[in-house]
Design a protein around this ligand. Structure first.
Ligand code: NAD
Length: 260
C-alpha cells in the first residue's frame, strides 16, 4: 500500500514508542515526515530506522517542547516552510507522570502532566487546524488513553489530561468536519514502550518484569500491545480510507476497557 504518497505527516513524540512506530509505518507508505520531540537523540534514532525501511523518505526533525506554545507554533511553521502542507497530524507526545493517590499527587506534578498532555495537544490542534481548514483537507489523530475513557487510579494528572484530550477531540471534530478535516483519538491500553516500562518500574522496581506479567493477567489477550500495532491503526486513521471516521475515540487495548 502507498496511502501516503505525496502526503506530509507531522508527528509529536516521534523519538520513541508509539510516535516512532507510526513514523515508520507512514514512511513505508510514502509519507514525507516532520518529526517533533524534546529528545533529539531519539529523533536521530527514528530517522535512522525510517531510512532503513524507506530510504527515499524526506524527513524534517524539530526539537520542541509541546507544553510551550511558542515551540508548537514554530514546529508547525517549520513544517509548512519545508513541505507547504500538513495532511496528517499525529498529536501524540505525552508523559505518564508520577503515580500517587489524589491527596498526595501534588499540584506541581498535576500541572506538569496537564501542561504536556493536554495543553500540548490543544496548542497543536490550534495551529494545525488553521492550516487544514485552508487546505480543505486533513486528518488529526490525538493520543488519549484507556486512562482517558476509564478510571485507572493513582493517575490524577494523566486521567484529567487524557479525558481532556477526548473532549478536545470531540469538540474540534464537530467544528471542522464541514471543512473536510476529521479529528479522532486513539485510546491505547498498555503498549510496551519506554513509558510503560517506566510505569512498571514505578510499581515494581527491579522486579518490574514480574509485575508486568501480573499486570497483563486481567487483559483478555493476556499480553501487552506492540508499538507497531498502534502504528498500523494510526496509519489507517491518518489515511484517506478513514476520512469519514470523525470524533471517534478508538480503544486499542485487547478488549480490556470493555471488561466488567
Ligand atoms: P514514550 O515515552 O516511548 O514516547 C513519548 C515521547 O514523547 C518521547 O519521545 C518523549 O521524549 C516525548 N515527549 C515527552 N514530553 C514531551 C514534550 N514536552 N515535548 C515534546 N516531546 C515530549 O511513550 P509512548 O508510550 O510512546 O507514549 C506516546 C503517547 O501514548 C503518550 O501520549 C502516552 O500518554 C500515550 N499512551 C501510551 C500508552 C502505552 O501503553 N504506551 C497507553 C496509552 C497512552
Amino acid at each position: 500500500m502507498n496511502r501516503f504518497e505525496d502526503k506530509v505527516v507531522l508527528i509529536t513524540g516521534a523519538a520513541s514508542g508509539l510516535g516512532q512506530a507510526s513514523a515508520l509505518q507512514v514512511a513505508k507508505e510514502g509519507a514525507k515526515l516532520s518529526l517533533v520531540d524534546l529528545n533529539q537523540e531519539g529523533l536521530e534514532e527514528t530517522r535512522k530506522k525510517v531510512l532503513l525501511e524507506a530510504p527515499e523518505a524526506e524527513i524534517l526533525m524539530i526539537a520542541a517542547d509541546v507544553s510551550k506554545e511558542e515551540d508548537v507554533k514554530n514546529y508547525v511553521e517549520q513544517t509548512i516552510q519545508k513541505f507547504s502542507r500538513i495532511d496528517g497530524f499525529f498529536n501524540n507526545a505525552g508523559i505518564e507522570g508520577k503515580q500517587n493517590l489524589t491527596e498526595d499527587f501534588g499540584s506541581a506534578e498535576f500541572n506538569k502532566v496537564i501542561g504536556i498532555n493536554l495543553n500540548g495537544v490543544f496548542y497543536g490542534m490550534q495551529y494545525v487546524l488553521r492550516i487544514m481548514k485552508k487546505q480543505g483537507y486533513g486528518s488529526i489523530v490525538n493520543t488519549a488513553s484507556v486512562g482517558g475513557i476509564r478510571g485507572v487510579g493513582n493517575q490524577s494528572g494523566y486521567a484529567a489530561s487524557k479525558h481532556g484530550v477526548v473532549g478536545l477531540t470531540r469538540n474540534s471534530a464537530i467544528e471542522y468536519g464541514q471543512y473536510g478535516v476529521s479529528v479522532k483519538a486513539i485510546a491505547p491500553g498498555a503498549i510496551m514502550t519506554p513509558m510503560v516500562e517506566g510505569s512498571l518500574k514505578q510499581m515494581g522496581g527491579d522486579n518490574w518484569e514480574e509485575v508486568g506479567k501480573e499486570f497483563v493477567e486481567p487483559n483478555p489477550m493476556k499480553r501487552f500491545g506492540k508499538p507497531e500495532e498502534v502504528g498500523y491503526l494510526v496509519a489507517f486513521l491518518l489515511s484517506d480510507q478513514a476520512n469519514f471516521i470523525n470524533a471517534a475515540v478508538i480503544p486499542i487495548d485487547g478488549g480490556q476497557s470493555y471488561k466488567y
